[in-house]
Ligand binder design. Structure first.
Ligand code: FES
Length: 349
């Protein structure tokens, strides 16, 4: 992403990051709050985003510089300001520190929006599955669906109990206004038990698109139920918040929409990954149930590095996650790597 000369005046020494002021901190639940950002007029282009994308925050905890991605819960054209929502988690150093320390007026170092968990063009109905704070990118996509399309949409939102429901009022208002084509299903573990793959099959339909975000076990269950219900994998889109998510064996790779086939070796096992047009190796693997290491998904942490042993790839972006020497040596950032050849082989070990 290129910043204009005016914008660079606001840049810190950290390449790719911009200092933004927090306009407001909104308490959503006992465990979750939203940070609303004040984006100066000179930076509106830089911070233009698509529903489902995330911001990367650079935050110091105990003298250590850490990076975390937070999905935007706001939607362009619906919400005036950019907003991310953060939930307190056990051992969540950055999330908990942000919740404990950030107040209105604070400044944070923020990377412009990134991410490919976005609504695909089309007219088919959409089912959104979210659990806990996984609602953040999902509500953004929901608002886009309701305000910019005529598509039918079902939201299945799972939480432990009613007190955990984030955006409860906003979801109710959307449902009241768009009820004719919006179905809202609150799924509470404390009352109905945990969502099962068998139950998910009830939502499976071959002519529907599915968007999933939540903890890895939740997404594995939903994905399993959909596949068992006959849904083609290319219609299932996932966003994972877990750096090391549960291992799920990939199912048969799809041929529809495929532009390359990658043989991926990870933890001593080989996986066949079908990569779609404009899709990174990392995103394609996640879509097919293989969760590879990552942290930033924004080209600077280097956690997703792997070696390309056959075929060719190019990087969408590189913000220091990999050096030129490493690239020359055959390494790549899988969160940024687009496959140029019809076939490629990538080794993670
Ligand atoms: Fe950080 Fe790819 S996940 S560079």
């Amino acid at each position: 992403m290129t910043l204009s000369r005016t914008d660079t005046a606001l840049l810190e020494d950290v390449p790719g990051f911009v200092r933004l002021r927090v306009k407001e901190v909104v308490r959503e639940t006992a465990e979750a709050s939203s940070l609303v950002f004040d984006v100066p007029a000179t930076l509106t282009g830089t911070f233009r985003y698509r529903p489902g994308q995330f911001l990367t925050l650079r935050h110091e905890v105990g003298g250590e510089v850490l990076f975390r991605n937070y999905s935007l819960a706001s939607a362009p054209g619906v919400d005036a300001d950019l907003k991310v929502t953060i939930k307190r988690v056990t051992d969540g150093r950055v999330s908990n520190s942000l919740l404990d320390t950030v107040v209105a007026g604070a400044e944070l170092l923020v990377m412009p929006p990134k991410g490919i968990f976005c609504l695909r063009q089309g007219t088919v109905p959409v089912v959104l599955f979210a659990a806990g704070s996984g609602i953040t990118p999902v509500i953004s996509i929901l608002k886009q669906l309701l305000t910019s399309t005529e598509r039918k949409v079902t939201l299945v939102y799972a939480n432990r109990d009613p007190e955990q429901i984030i955006f409860r009022e906003e979801l109710s208002r959307l449902h009241e206004r768009y009820g004719a084509r919006m179905r809202l299903v609150h799924r509470l573990d404390s009352i109905q038990s945990i969502l099962s793959a068998a139950e998910v099959q009830g939502y499976a339909d071959s002519a529907t698109e599915y968007y999933l975000c939540g903890p890895a076990p939740f997404m594995a269950t939903v994905r399993e139920g959909l596949i068992q219900g006959g849904v083609c994998e290319v219609r299932v889109f996932l966003e994972s918040f877990d750096p090391v998510a549960a291992e799920v064996q990939p199912a048969e790779a799809p041929s529809e929409g495929e532009s390359a086939r990658v043989v991926l070796r990870y933890k001593g096992e080989e996986h066949q990954i079908a990569v779609g047009q404009g899709e990174t190796i990392h995103a394609a693997a996640a879509r097919q149930g293989l969760n590879l290491p990552f942290s930033c998904r924004a080209a600077f942490c280097g956690l997703c590095i792997a070696r390309v042993t056959a075929g060719s790839v190019h990087l969408q972006d590189n913000l220091g996650g990999i050096t030129d020497a490493q690239i020359a040596e055959g390494l790549t950032l899988t969160c940024q790597a687009l496959v140029d050849s019809a076939k490629a082989s990538v080794v993670f070990d």
